[in-house]
Write a protein that binds this ligand. Structure first.
Ligand code: 13P
Length: 251
């Protein structure tokens, strides 16, 4: 399985700015072979339609959504359905990002519904998990990760495969803080997630990609990407510029 190098642009950029960054990124990546890497860009909904065709010019680059509502269609003002995302070229979506858990207050059950509905709709899902600093200091890292995985995947076990599911370990205290988790912390968390995945999904658990996210930058990406059980990265701030994200992709 190729490493998945994912960009989460969060609520940044206008359509024009997104098109410009995606265009620059594709220029930087076409001149280099992606080899064992795949690239995923998750921009705001507003620019999915404009950015998708730019990505599709480079094999191995994919478009993803940061969120969706788990229903086919209906009276859900302000929400977006998986079918609407697929119609714009999305093949991936995130669920359970810490900003949605902690800023928007999404509970584990709802995230589990999104994983099921996204897979059912034919999207590849990335389940984001991670502990807060208070949970880490209280010695609860494994308890939190086990709960978020079990509840996120509760009704998805018969649908998830190594192709359709990835997990992103993003310790909340390392997101946007410049404080990257150290290699030992990353390896311990990823080994724990791997063991949980193998126990939940005996057939695919060994191969499901586990991404690391939290202050990944060009100067630490190479070390992180080569750690045991790290099968990719999910990058926020450093993905907003084409140059720095391309350096991470090719690290
Ligand atoms: P930063 O790379 O800015 O820390 O963000 C990580 C993240 O939340 C990616 O989803």
């Amino acid at each position: 399985m190729k490493k998945l190098m994912a960009a989460n642009w969060k609520m940044y950029k206008t359509v024009e700015e997104g098109v410009q960054t995606a265009t620059e990124l594709m220029q930087l990546l076409t001149s280099n072979s992606l080899q064992d890497r795949e690239v995923l860009l998750c921009p705001s909904f507003t620019m999915l339609g404009a950015v998708g065709p730019i990505l599709s010019k480079v094999p191995g680059c994919f478009l993803g959504a940061q969120n969706f509502y788990p229903a086919g269609q209906g009276a859900f003002t302000g929400e977006i359905a998986p079918e609407q995302l697929k119609a714009l070229g999305c093949t991936y979506a995130l669920a359970g990002h810490s900003e949605r858990r902690h800023v928007l207050g999404e509970p584990d059950e709802f995230i589990g519904q999104k994983i099921v509905f996204g897979l059912h709709s034919g999207l590849n899902m990335i389940l984001c998990i991670g502990e807060t600093i208070a949970e880490r200091q209280a010695g609860k890292v494994e308890e939190v990760l086990a709960r978020q995985l079990a509840m996120g995947l509760a009704n998805a076990l018969s649908m998830a495969t190594a192709k359709t599911l990835a997990v992103a370990y993003e310790p909340v205290w390392a997101i946007g803080t410049g404080e990257v988790a150290g290699p030992a912390e990353i390896m311990a968390a990823h080994a724990f997630v791997r063991a949980q995945l193998v126990s939940l999904l005996p057939e695919y658990g060994q191969k499901i990609r586990i991404l690391y996210g939290g202050s990944v930058k060009p100067d630490n990406a190479r070390t992180i990407i080569h750690l045991d059980n790290v099968d990719g990265v999910l990058v926020g701030g450093a993905s907003l510029q084409a140059k720095s994200f391309s350096q991470i992709v090719l690290a």
